[in-house]
Design a protein around this ligand. Structure first.
Ligand SMILES: *[C@@H]1O[C@H](CO)[C@@H](O)[C@H](O)[C@H]1NC(C)=O
Ligand SMILES: *[C@@H]1O[C@H](CO)[C@@H](O)[C@H](O)[C@H]1NC(C)=O
Ligand SMILES: *[C@@H]1O[C@H](CO)[C@@H](O)[C@H](O)[C@H]1NC(C)=O
Ligand SMILES: *[C@@H]1O[C@H](CO)[C@@H](O)[C@H](O)[C@H]1NC(C)=O
Ligand SMILES: *[C@@H]1O[C@H](CO)[C@@H](O)[C@H](O)[C@H]1NC(C)=O
Ligand SMILES: *[C@@H]1O[C@H](CO)[C@@H](O)[C@H](O)[C@H]1NC(C)=O
Ligand SMILES: *[C@@H]1O[C@H](CO)[C@@H](O)[C@H](O)[C@H]1NC(C)=O
Ligand SMILES: *[C@@H]1O[C@H](CO)[C@@H](O)[C@H](O)[C@H]1NC(C)=O
Ligand SMILES: *[C@@H]1O[C@H](CO)[C@@H](O)[C@H](O)[C@H]1NC(C)=O
Ligand SMILES: *[C@@H]1O[C@H](CO)[C@@H](O)[C@H](O)[C@H]1NC(C)=O
Ligand SMILES: *[C@@H]1O[C@H](CO)[C@@H](O)[C@H](O)[C@H]1NC(C)=O
Ligand SMILES: CC(=O)N[C@H]1CO[C@H](CO)[C@@H](O)[C@@H]1O
Length: 830
């Protein structure tokens, strides 16, 4: 165990911090205590750092620049906490509350992508309304006093269909996406310029007094750069120069791009930037983490992956200890992939495990633990930003990162990287115990204000409350989708065509049909269909024969099924379905899906006369909308035998109150659902995880989609699900539990969500309770009046504080032993 030496308190304007890089602004910003060397570099031949407009803006005080230490806003170095919230993954009605919860959680910045294919679904036809109203979203953030990082991309990946690129790009002659390719570059520049000029015309850049402090061009390009040979690096240089030429007056970022050309800042994405990031590619650029995943993307067939609050906090603290100055949580609120916007095999629910859950509820302890981390770091940010850093070994896997300012102010991060054991270390003559795999933050180099492994905040329990069962068969109607016949198809080709290029992402479905004549009667033949994804349903003469599907990891699959053909002409209809378009990899424009090879009893039909139908009839007629509803004849539910590919409709009343609403679709198979004409997403219950359960059973219906009564619910069921098993539920926090030890905190705080009160104390023990908030019991040491004391202090209140003091509990139940308090309480409305 090493003892940290005494730090010499002298200010060395570190070489790294010495140069201030100005972006788009021609005036140097004065930075306290740091030697400012005005310093500009060429990027290609195209950089223009001396726009007179930008100089005027800088004079007005709205400048954003950066140096080796951090982003500089209005002349001040800043440590910034940022969180991703994507505007189309929630509703404008939800935005104000999401943003205020982010602000309360200690964020300074909201980061969002710009979703090109949402805004320009057809070339030249733009949509910036409703969930696509990006200006309204940014203005709401501004109104609440937060900044914005705008990730224009325009390739964004983001588990969004086609990575955000509009499919019409695919049909531009000679195009190669994301390469040094004239057609792609022209379209990319046109869109980026349109967004930038839209932001400028609304005065949304910080240089204009607006909230946007940073912009991003491209996205994690380095992962595919080498696939493009020389055209990769050329494209990176072009993209950076093109972006800088757009003159936003704020810096540009490229994430996961070690060769990002000056002045564009390269940033880190990933789980563990505190450990893995090699750092900025120039001493003049700050160390920034643009995607610190708060959980993981969820695909059908996989279990939910979780990431603990402690693990996120560890990596964020370590990143800041290593001079990091910008951290973004991906996602801070994930939300919902409404309609058909999810990428291939991605679930409708997006990053529900984030600090704010899919429905907009605060997820504890994640949200609160990170809030405490932010507050601790903010309390010493001046020392971190202006101090000189030194590091000391405190042991084999223990290290101190110490920042010392001019007037002896001092902040330390004590890191223990031993995953299994706590460590006792000596730092500046004082002994500290560092829990395993944790960082202790000492804002004054003396007392521990925060340790990443010690949760001091309560845990919330989220419950689904049944509001209505849609179990009455009388209230359901059904419509069986027509199985097309070859003779009725209008699109013909003498080969198998690519699914993606046929539907162009206007529908999940493509019918492949052909006619096979048989001279003998009723022969049993083997149908063999090889597909490049994602799902297949086979019909012979209108009768369903079987189905098969791929997965996120392997989209290709083969369906093999014995079928009976009758004498004469047989109609073979194969329904191919995609579950979102691919969103990643080089040469996205070359990706394919759909049927590749078909044979019946070894007769190859691959190059044969095929008839195609794009989409389903019900989709074409929009029978899920009030207007389209009556374009077909709905039948009584169960009036004929059940079969796959059936539409169902019913209506329901909105649950009372304002809690978020979900449908439990656990009784269904696979398909899509609409409420009042709005697509609430794809569902896929029949694709089980390794633990034999669906990946997602609950589907969010934003309150703004609902009216008080008579809401139209339409489902397209591809399999044999039972709509009468569907239930309407509300989601709320019904229980809160706090478990704190004297050694971590001096008080416990129990807090119900807004408008809810503590209605029952389910358990309380001051002493040495055993277990945790999920399962607990009284230990050897217990104050018998624990429950009575807590009930008196908390019942009927929205929140309450209980000091961990023997006086409160009328004496010490076990002197000399460290005690804890565990309180589990129910929250209710009224
Ligand atoms: C830079 O911008 C200024 C003002 O917009 C313009 O007058 C000048 O021509 C530009 N210089 C270059 C090299 O593009
Ligand atoms: C899904 O699960 C498989 C098998 O466990 C795993 O290999 C794959 O990485 C997972 N995919 C995602 C996107 O989580
Ligand atoms: C942090 O920055 C200082 C000053 O530039 C530098 O000496 C030190 O090596 C950096 N620390 C790490 C961990 O990169
Ligand atoms: C963690 O600490 C324990 C106890 O000091 C030690 O035995 C163990 O080797 C350490 N782990 C590692 C990975 O060094
Ligand atoms: C630590 O202890 C040593 C010797 O006991 C002493 O010389 C030194 O000044 C102390 N340092 C601090 C920071 O208290
Ligand atoms: C529907 O559910 C309710 C509540 O569980 C039950 O009382 C009723 O009998 C059910 N109706 C049908 C038709 O199953
Ligand atoms: C196909 O077309 C024929 C003749 O127009 C019609 O009688 C038949 O109902 C159609 N079949 C389907 C499945 O649409
Ligand atoms: C895609 O479809 C278009 C017609 O929409 C066609 O012109 C083009 O050749 C197709 N491209 C490929 C690669 O199949
Ligand atoms: C069925 O008979 C017709 C006429 O005899 C012939 O052209 C055709 O190839 C035969 N089809 C098969 C599948 O044997
Ligand atoms: C994907 O699945 C197909 C068939 O289901 C199999 O033939 C192929 O080897 C698999 N590919 C990979 C990469 O696992
Ligand atoms: C808890 O302690 C704080 C400060 O020590 C004190 O202000 C507060 O009144 C105490 N609360 C209770 C319920 O005793
Ligand atoms: C879980 C996961 O996908 N982690 C990725 C994080 O980023 C690193 C570096 O880019 C990848 O190698 C990991 O696979």
């Amino acid at each position: 165990m090493a003892t940290a030496g005494v730090i010499v308190g002298m200010l060395v304007a570190a070489a790294a911090a010495a140069a201030v890089m100005m972006v788009g602004i021609g005036a140097a910003v004065d930075v306290d205590d740091v030697g400012v060397h005005h310093h500009s570099r060429d990027i290609g031949n195209s950089a223009n750092y001396t726009s007179t407009a930008a100089i005027d803006q800088a004079k007005n005080g709205g400048g954003v620049s950066y140096d080796g230490r951090s982003v500089i806003i209005n002349g001040h170095h800043r440590i910034l906490f940022s969180g991703s919230i994507h505007y189309p993954r929630s509703t404008p009605q939800m935005w104000p509350s999401l943003i205020s919860k982010a602000k309360e959680g200690g964020l300074d910045v909201i980061q969002t992508y710009v979703f090109w294919n949402l805004h320009e679904p057809q070339q030249g036809q733009f949509d910036f309304s409703g969930r696509a109203d990006i200006v309204r979203f940014i203005k709401e953030i501004h109104a609440q006093g937060l900044y914005v990082t705008l990730r224009i991309g325009p390739f964004i990946e983001s588990e969004w269909t086609y990575g955000g690129l509009p499919f019409w790009l695919h049909d531009v002659p000679g195009i190669v996406f994301r390469s040094d390719n004239r057609p792609f570059k022209d379209h990319m520049q046109k869109f980026a310029a349109k967004i930038v000029s839209m932001m400028k015309s609304e005065n949304l850049y910080a240089s204009q007094g607006g909230p946007i402090i940073l912009s991003q061009i491209e996205n994690e390009y380095q992962t595919i750069e080498s696939d493009f040979g020389d055209k990769g690096p050329a494209y990176v240089r072009w993209a950076a120069a093109m972006a800088v030429r757009l003159q936003t007056g704020v810096p540009w970022l490229m994430c996961k791009q070690e060769d990002a050309p000056d002045p564009v800042i390269n940033t880190c994405n990933g789980y563990r930037c505190g450990q893995t990031f090699k750092g900025p590619n120039s001493p003049n650029k700050p160390s920034m983490w643009t995607e610190n995943w708060t959980s993981f993307l969820q695909v059908y067939g996989n279990e939910t992956k979780k990431r603990s609050a402690q693990d996120i906090a560890f990596h964020v603290a370590l990143f800041i200890a290593k001079n990091g100055s910008y951290v973004n949580y991906y996602m801070y609120h994930g939300g919902t992939n409404f309609g058909r916007t999810a990428a291939a095999f991605v679930t409708t629910s997006y990053y529900d495990q984030a600090p704010i859950d899919e429905y907009g509820l605060i997820r504890q302890p994640k949200w609160g633990h990170l809030k405490e981390l932010h507050a601790t770091i903010k309390s010493c940010s001046q020392t971190l930003l202006t101090g000189v850093q030194q590091t000391f070994s405190l042991g084999q896997h223990q290290k101190a990162y110490v920042f010392q300012g001019k007037s002896k102010e001092c902040t330390a991060f004590l890191v223990n990287k031993n995953r299994t054991h706590a460590a006792r270390v000596k730092f500046q003559n004082t002994s500290y115990i560092l829990p395993r795999w944790s960082v202790s933050i000492l804002p004054d180099c003396k007392s521990v204000a925060f340790n990443t492994a010690k949760l001091r905040v309560q845990r919330n329990t989220r419950s689904m409350i049944l509001s209505q069962k849609l179990n009455s068969t009388d209230k359901w109607k059904e419509y069986k989708e027509t199985i097309p016949e070859f003779d009725n198809t209008s699109i013909r080709a003498d080969t198998l065509l690519d699914h993606l290029n046929m539907t162009k992402d206007t529908s999940d479905y493509l019918w492949y049909t052909f006619r096979s004549s048989l001279n003998t009667s009723n022969a049993r033949s083997m149908l063999n269909v090889h597909s490049h994804g994602h799902v297949l349903y086979a019909y012979v003469n209108g009768v369903h024969q079987g189905s098969a599907h791929g997965s996120h990891g392997n989209r290709t699959f083969t369906l093999e099924k014995p079928v009976i053909l009758h004498k004469g002409s047989n109609n073979i209809a194969l329904l191919s379905a995609t579950v979102g378009f691919p969103d990643s990899g080089a040469f996205l424009e070359r990706k394919v899906a759909g049927i590749r090879k078909v044979s019946i009893q070894h007769n190859d039909f691959t190059n044969y006369l095929w008839g195609y139908q794009v989409g389903l009839l019900g989709e074409k007629l929009e029978i899920y909308t009030d207007n389209g509803l009556n374009r077909i004849q709905w039948k009584k539910f169960g009036s004929s035998s059940r079969r796959p590919l059936t539409w169902y409709k019913t209506s329901f009343d909105a649950p009372e109150g304002s809690d978020p609403v979900v449908l439990n679709l656990g009784s269904m198979g696979k398909g899509q659902a609409w409420v009042n004409g709005q697509g609430i997403g794809r569902y896929w219950m029949s694709f089980h995880t390794p633990k034999a359960r669906p990946s997602q059973t609950r589907y969010h219906i934003p309150r703004s989609f609902l009216k008080p009564t008579g809401n139209l619910l339409v489902l397209l069921e591809e399999e044999m699900g039972y709509p009468t098993g569907i239930t309407v539920n509300t989601v709320s926090i019904t229980k809160v539990c706090h478990y704190v030890s004297e050694s971590h905190a001096s008080a416990a705080q129990i807090s119900c969500p807004q408008n809810q009160k503590i209605s029952q104390i389910l358990f309380a023990s001051f002493g040495t309770p055993l277990g945790d908030c999920k399962s607990y019991t009284i230990g050897n040491c217990h104050s018998p009046n624990s429950r009575a004391i807590i009930e008196k202090a908390c019942l009927g209140r929205e929140d309450c504080n209980i000091n961990l003091s023997k006086h409160i509990f009328g004496g010490d139940p076990c002197p000399g032993i460290t005690k804890s308090l565990l309180v589990d309480a129910r929250c209710s409305r009224h």
